[in-house]
Design a protein. Structure first.
Length: 232
């Protein structure tokens, strides 16, 4: 479903970006609105938590799982899409959607996050290369699937067998970022480094280590590579 949504967004945005770039006269001429652009991206990063139980939020498994055998950090990868308008040749205002997956332990365990919202940044530079600094804000959801490394876990007290744990956690986020982009005419390339900061209600099953304004794990830096269309 998310892939279809991203495809629809990109197909809708591309004609607008190309048309605007074709009609642009090469300068802002003192106008407030100076362009529109958008595109798709892929990313990779490294996310971490303070402890394995904070990472997985294991509903029902609790102390039956030994923490020293579990991961509390790992690499992630994903994709996204963005659309933005350009104001006075120094400001971007836009919207974006992203999805990121963090596979763990080779058992099928993973932490998957999807988020979307608005962003704004200031940009400037020399010629066709520009630096940008900005902040995103919005909401999303983290899905955590835990599969034990040693097979099923049996609770000796109740003789209950646990073969997986699955939880969903909605969140609000702030996303500071810095980036660099280059214009090649109708196409552009962007590299961006961000650090997504998710906040939410972790619930009673999340680890005791969360102490700062309901800051959720995992979190960490991501590097985004984007192909852009339109006037940059």
């Amino acid at each position: 479903m998310r892939k279809r949504l991203l495809t629809i967004i990109c197909l809708a945005v591309l004609p607008l970006c190309l048309l605007q770039a074709k009609d642009d006269d090469g300068g802002s001429g003192g106008k407030v609105f100076t362009g529109i652009s958008g595109g798709v991206s892929v990313h990779g990063g490294y996310l971490f938590a303070m402890s394995p139980d904070q990472l997985f939020s294991n509903t029902g498994l609790g102390n039956l799982v030994k923490e020293e055998n579990l991961k509390k950090s790992g690499f992630c990868y994903g994709f996204g899409a963005q659309l933005r308008v350009h104001l006075i040749d120094h400001i971007h205002l836009g919207a974006e959607v992203n999805q990121s997956n963090m596979p763990l332990m080779g058992t099928g365990s993973n932490v998957t996050s999807a988020w979307g919202g608005a962003f704004a940044d200031l940009y400037g530079g020399f010629g066709k290369t520009k630096l940008l600094v900005g902040l995103g804000i919005g909401g999303g959801q983290t899905k955590r699937l835990f599969v034990p490394t040693d097979g099923d876990v049996v609770d000796p007290a109740t003789e209950t067998t646990y073969n997986s744990s699955y939880t969903k956690t909605p969140f609000f986020y702030l996303d500071p970022y810095v980036g660099l982009e280059t214009d090649f005419g109708l196409l552009g390339f962007q590299i961006k480094i961000d650090y997504l900061l998710p906040f939410g209600n972790p619930g009673s099953n999340l680890a005791k280590n969360v102490t700062w304004s309901n800051f959720l794990a995992p979190s960490g830096p991501r590097v985004h590579l984007a192909l852009l269309f339109g006037k940059l």
